[in-house]
Each structure stands twice: as C-alpha cells, then as structure tokens.
Design a protein around this ligand. Structure first.
Ligand code: DOR
Length: 449
C-alpha cells in the first residue's frame, strides 16, 4: 500500500497489537476496512487520530450481554446498552434471548435486528433462545442475519427460558449447526436447595450456598456427556468453579469456556458484605479458592473467552429483600478497564487479553472479518491507555440501571477511543456522532464439530 493513496482515517503513532506481535504501526482505514499497517505519517488522510502512547487493539467483542429490549426497557435498551459498550471500548456485542418476549422465533430475532439497526452504537448479534417448544424454529433462526448462535439455560435464572429435560437438551444439540452457548446450573438441585434461601431472614451471602458449586458442576458434566453423545461442540458460559475447570480441561475437544471479569475480580463473602445484592448473579460469585482456580485455568489456556454477562437491573429491583432481588450486574462498560488493570497487575499479558476478548470470540463463533487487526479486517479498534489511572464510578455508566458493582475501584488502563468499521464512536469518554451499528457477519462454513 503506497503512502500516496488516500485514507478515510489514519490511526498513527500507537502500538498496534496484531497477530504478529505488538509494534509501532500506523493503521490506515478506507471504506470501513484496515487497508494499511505500517508507517503512514506522510499519507493523505481525511482524518487522523493521534494514538501516541496508546495501544491499538482489535475491537473488543463482548459475547454475553443482556440488553433487555424488547419488554424490559426500564432496565436497559439497545441504545443505552450499546452506548455503555462503546464507552467501555467494546466494538461488538452478542445479546441474550431472555427478553420479553424471549427470542424464540425468526420474527423475534428479526425484530431485534431491526431495533439494533435503529439505535446500536456498536455492531451486534443476537442469540436464539432454545426451548422445548421452538425446536423446529432453531435451524431457520440460525441462518438469519444477525444470529450469533443458540443459547440454552439449563437452570432457571432471569426470565422463563429453561431446558431442564435431558432429552430436549440432546435434541437441541443434535439439531444445532451454529455455536451453542450454555448456562450450566442443575435445575433439579436448584429446586431441592431453594429452601435454604426461603427461610425467614435469609440474606444474600447464602446465594452461593443455595446455588452451590455442585449445582454448577452437575450441569456442566451433564452438558459435556450430552455433547459427547451427540457429537456436538458446546460453549460453557461464565464458569465459576475450580472443579468445572478441571473437567473442562479434559474436554477441550468438545467444549470452549467463558469466564467473566466479575468472577475473576470479586470473591465471597467479601463482595456480599460490601455491596449486598448488587453482587448477586447467577451462577454466583464464590469464595477466593474458586477465583484462583479460574485464574489458573485462564493462565493454562483452558479459558477461551471473557464475556461480561452484562445483566442490568434497577436499584429498586435490587433493593427487594433477598431472594426476591434479581440476579445480575452490569459489566459491558467495565470489562476492558478491569481486565487492563489485571494486565497491569501482572495476572495476564495484553496479548493474552486480546486473545480472550478479540481472537477467542471470532474463533468460537465464526465471526467474519473481526477479532484480528490484519489487512482487510473490519476497522474495529479499541485504543487503550495502559498508564491511565481512573476510578470507576456509578456516574460514568451509560447503562440505564445507573450503577456498577465496581464503583470506587481504582484501575490502571482505560479505553480512550472506540472505532467501529472506521467510524470513531467514542473518544475521551464521549460518544461521537450517531449510532451506526450493523449486524455482525459470520463465516458460512462454521460447523459445530
Ligand atoms: O445473574 C444473571 N443475570 N444470570 C443470568 O443467567 C441471567 C442474568 C439476567 O438476565 O439478569
């Protein structure tokens, strides 16, 4: 690529993190694509962005968010959720099907894509929810524009989606052609143990006692057995226990693994003492032993992806007495700052982080043209300052819920600009221009085995 060619945008002076390593490389962008990587100081460009002192990462893809639209817009919508993503340095999101209605039909999914086109700040895709009653609709949904894959809830959480019948679980796996992402908690054990939290005066620190490590392990084990029997691969969401990680390490051929920043950062009982039901999520934050187990798995290569499980609920809803307080916490805006801070603390390298939030999502879901900073890729970039020290606050959050479990936490490492297909959508903590999100595209040849 010669310097005399004109670019729409040049990101210059930054350290670009490419599959070949981290180098001082300018990024030349035209028509939404990366068309040059190299020294472009003399190049003709319509716009330039000075990235001196910054790292230029491929756009961060958050493959697990709940943006609540349609039906629960008092908590969040696709506008506020994706604004929160852009402010957090996230360039694409995959949204979960436990909205109202649940995303169970081709029409439900098409409706979400239409809404996304109107108001999303970043690129988007939506999961098809799996249930006994929509098995026949799944193949068509999988082929639809903007479908990221299939989501299964093996245990009840927010909303009514549930696959607790082993036969239905096997049937969903048999029929699936795209990635199957699974929330693993054993429904029978959850019901058996509910009495623990239904007694008078139960407090939120019982959340990980009710939804204990066995509850998670049993479901993950059952899922792996079903995957083995049906010859399909599965993606296990928000893994929370050391023992599940040991099991998953032995099943790398059939399962990929997600962890969340909150399970890597918080621990019981301290989090419940500090912020009460704001720390309540499913599966729960557990004691430090498990958190260390998750870090070990991450460092040993067992973890494929970090997703935020952004799950906003209003402060009023969270104030209901436990266990009537809903489970879930927002996280799309804090995913990158928290993880950059972990990089600065020496818990993982920046390269490994890029593997977990860019390459991993692209690999697992078969995303076309995103996840790697290479020539020809979509010009999705997250520009981060590894030296910037900031304090995370409720006030910064663009999520409609208006709070974060990390209020008051000091971090080092901060997103300074978010670029989606060559458009600057966030700079210096301010949204720019208008929402221009589009459906994420997927490679057509993706098979689940
Ligand atoms: O804590 C959670 N909240 N876990 C889930 O699985 C669902 C989520 C939500 O949608 O609120």
């Amino acid at each position: 690529m010669s310097n005399s060619e004109r670019f729409d945008l040049v990101v210059h002076g930054g350290h670009a993190v490419t599959p070949a390593g981290t180098d001082e490389l300018d990024v030349g962008i035209r028509d939404g694509r990366v068309v040059a990587l190299g020294a472009l100081s003399q190049a003709d460009a319509t716009a330039r962005i000075d990235a001196k002192g910054l790292h230029v990462l491929p756009g961060v893809i958050d493959t697990q968010v709940h943006f609540r639209e349609p039906g629960l817009e008092h908590k969040e919508d696709l506008g506020t959720g994706t604004a929160s993503a852009a402010l957090g340095g996230v360039t694409a999101i995959f949204e979960m099907p436990n909205t109202k209605p649940s995303t169970l039909s081709p029409a439900d999914l098409a409706d979400k894509v239409r809404r996304g086109r109107e108001k999303a700040w970043v690129d988007f895709a939506f999961f098809a929810g799996a249930a006994a009653e929509n098995l026949d609709a799944l193949p068509e949904m999988e082929r639809q524009e903007g479908c990221s894959g299939i989501k299964i809830f093996m245990g009840s959480s927010t909303g009514s989606l549930l696959v607790d019948d082993p036969e239905v679980l096997a049937e969903v796996l048999r029929r699936a052609n795209r990635r199957i992402a699974v929330h693993c908690e054993d429904e029978a054990r959850l019901r058996e143990r509910k009495a623990i939290v239904e007694k008078e005066g139960a407090s939120v620190d019982l959340h990980p006692v009710w939804r204990d490590d066995q509850t998670a392990y049993l479901a993950t084990e059952q899922l792996l057995n079903t995957a083995r029997a049906t010859g399909k691969r599965v993606h296990v969401l928000h893994v929370t226990t050391e023992e599940e990680m040991d099991l998953l390490a032995k099943n790398r051929d059939i399962a990929t693994v997600e962890v969340t920043p909150q399970h890597l950062t918080l621990a019981a009982p301290e989090c419940y003492e500090a912020i009460g039901s704001y720390a309540q999520m499913n599966p729960p934050i557990r004691e430090a032993r498990h958190r260390e187990g998750l870090w070990r798995a991450l460092q040993n290569g067992v973890v494929d992806v970090i997703g935020s499980d952004h799950a906003p609920h209003t402060k009023d809803e969270k104030a209901r007495p436990y266990p009537n307080s809903p489970a879930g916490m927002p996280g799309v805006q804090t995913l990158l700052p928290l993880m950059l801070d972990h990089v600065n603390q020496g818990r993982l390298s920046l390269t490994r982080l890029v593997d977990l939030v860019c390459h991993g999502p692209a690999r697992i879901y078969g995303i076309a043209n995103k996840g790697r900073l290479t020539l020809g890729a979509d010009a999705d970039l997250s520009l981060v300052d590894m030296k910037a020290k900031r304090t995370i606050t409720h006030e910064q959050m663009a999520s409609r819920c208006g709070w974060t479990p990390f209020d008051g936490r000091e971090v080092q490492g901060w997103p300074m600009a978010t670029i989606v297909r060559g458009h600057i959508v966030m700079r210096d903590d301010e949204l720019q221009k208008d929402p221009l999100g589009e459906p994420v595209r997927f490679v057509e040849t993706l098979a689940t085995n």
